[in-house]
Design a binder for this molecule. Structure first.
Ligand code: IPD
Ligand code: CA
Ligand code: CA
Length: 262
């Protein structure tokens, strides 16, 4: 199957996943707690993931699956070979439960352990972000590039690594470092959407102390294909095989402004 057909199939699946999110009812009553501080899962996270496993499994039967809910939740040696879908059925579950927007569906297709195709879909604004390795990134089918503005004329977004309270102090030290060097800070509650905003050019830089592979695999490829730099918070290349800190900046942010200074 060629790249365009595969990407179109993943887009269709993500759009259907979005319908499940839009039609969800009684979300609070269908919410359970998971391990960690304020870490929720709803019946809809599980429903979306089951739908994506089934649909994407039919699209590319040889692919393995890494998914946040009810699936293999860790990258294995076998995932370094061939194809593996890495899925976050609902990124921004806390937003989904509370009614704060947005939440998105995130699907990356890894090929030999590196992101190859990516889809992030925001059903609330009907925004479809896609990317193909080496071919570009698109928003609703139109090519996107990250911003040319320097950090001092850009917004910075961050994630709070909410399930790991031991990282809070460092997170807010980083906020205090970046705040005087940029226009202002923003926090959306979905790391995939944050990274897509850097890719779309609305935001100059994003950081979070720890993310899971399914949070950043798809949006990380979209950001790279839009001209962004993406590394861990120490400036090391991402290995795309598990949890990591993530730092991502648009093409306008200089090397000197990129890394934290604390
Ligand atoms: C979370 C969101 C949030 C980020 C957390 C993630 P979830 O994913 O992306 O923005 O701060 O680190 O775990 O739990 O909503 O899928
Ligand atoms: Ca997530
Ligand atoms: Ca999730």
């Amino acid at each position: 199957m060629n790249t365009a057909t595969l990407l179109a199939g993943i887009e269709d699946a993500a759009r259907q996943a979005g319908r499940i999110m839009l039609e969800a009812a009684d979300i609070r009553a269908n919410t359970m707690e998971k391990e960690g501080h304020a870490n929720f899962v709803t019946v809809y996270d599980k429903r979306v993931q089951a739908y994506l496993f089934e649909t994407l499994g039919a699209l590319l039967p040889e692919a393995r699956f890494i998914g946040e809910e009810d699936g293999a939740d860790a990258f294995t040696e076998a995932d370094r070979h061939g194809y593996a879908f890495c899925i976050d059925p609902i990124d921004g579950t806390t937003n989904f439960v509370t009614g704060f927007r947005p939440s998105v569906t995130s699907v990356a297709l890894l090929c030999r352990g590196k992101p190859y195709l990516a889809v992030v879909y925001n059903p609330y604004s009907d925004t479809m972000l896609t990317a193909a390795q080496g071919e570009g990134a698109w928003c609703n089918g139109k090519p996107i590039r990250s911003s040319d503005e320097p950090l001092r004329r850009s917004l910075v977004m961050f994630g709070t690594a909410p399930y790991l309270p031991e990282l809070s102090a460092r997170t807010f030290a980083l906020c205090a470092d970046y705040l005087p060097r940029c226009i202002d800070l923003r926090r959306t509650g979905t790391a995939a959407w944050d990274l897509c905003n850097v890719a779309m050019g609305t935001v100059g830089l994003f950081f979070e102390m720890q993310l899971q592979l399914w949070d950043y695999a798809a949006a990380g490829l979209i950001a790279m294909e839009a001209g962004c730099r993406i590394t861990d918070l120490a400036g090391n290349a991402l290995t795309w095989d598990g949890p990591s800190s993530v730092l991502c900046a648009s093409q306008g942010v200089s090397k000197e402004d990129y890394l934290p200074r604390v």
